[in-house]
Design a protein around this ligand. Structure first.
Ligand code: IPE
Ligand code: MG
Length: 209
């Protein structure tokens, strides 16, 4: 999810307004994905590199995360959505950690689609941890690494979408993206919605797999 800052700048608004609009795009897209019957999607909400941002912006993002859980947990649960986190979310403030724990516990036994949120996630770190664990247990192979990844029990990654015109993966699901289709759009994240998701899925469906 990229482009919140540029979306705000274009409107002469503070970056925080872009992040707020980004949450609305999350809502629209997650709802659309559920209605389309997608089994699983992962949102890159906060990378391990995002800690380098100004303190106020980190506070704004954390605040929005808490607001989102408080406001939307009920809807997820009612729709049988299972929430998952990848990345070490213990780095956020205690109130945020408690809210995330509550959301995970509430939805743990849901059997519908899975919504994964990447928080304080970095793929290289995930790979280092997975390879170390694999090595402790014996031989390092693609299989022994794969089962130690944060995403071990999730379905394979088919499609990876990046918004706002950047064409790089930025340390997101590097191992998992080995066979994924990549989809880059100039659309800024706050403008993304169900229609934009449908366009990405149409592009995916037209590709030779
Ligand atoms: C992505 O938008 C939002 C998060 C990292 C949560 P940016 O904040 O990176 O927006 P740009 O890149 O400045 O437009
Ligand atoms: Mg950015």
């Amino acid at each position: 999810m990229d482009g919140n800052g540029r979306w705000a700048k274009k409107r002469f608004l503070p970056r925080a307004a872009g992040h707020k609009a980004g949450v609305e795009a999350v809502r629209k897209t997650v709802r659309a994905a559920r209605e389309m019957g997608l089994e699983c999607r992962t949102l890159y909400a906060f990378s391990s590199e995002n800690w380098k941002r100004p303190e106020q912006e980190i506070a704004d993002l954390t605040g929005l995360m808490k607001y989102f859980i408080r406001a939307d947990l009920k809807e997820f649960h009612e729709n049988n959505v299972r929430l998952r986190i990848i990345g070490d979310y213990s780095a956020f403030d205690p109130e945020a950690v408690a809210l995330i724990d509550e959301a995970l516990a509430t939805t743990a036994n849901n059997t519908g689609c899975t919504l994964v949120i990447a928080l304080n996630y970095g793929s290289q770190d995930e790979l280092v941890r997975a390879a170390s664990k694999a090595a402790q247990k014996g031989a390092i192979t693609a299989e022994t690494i794969a089962v130690e990844l944060d995403t071990a029990d999730l379905p394979p990654l088919d499609l990876l979408i990046r918004t706002s015109g950047e064409q790089r993966l930025s340390n997101f699901l590097l191992w998992q993206a080995a066979y994924a289709e990549l989809y880059f759009t100039d659309m800024l994240w706050p403008d993304f919605d169900g229609r934009a998701l449908a366009a990405a899925l149409d592009s995916f469906a037209a590709r030779e797999r």
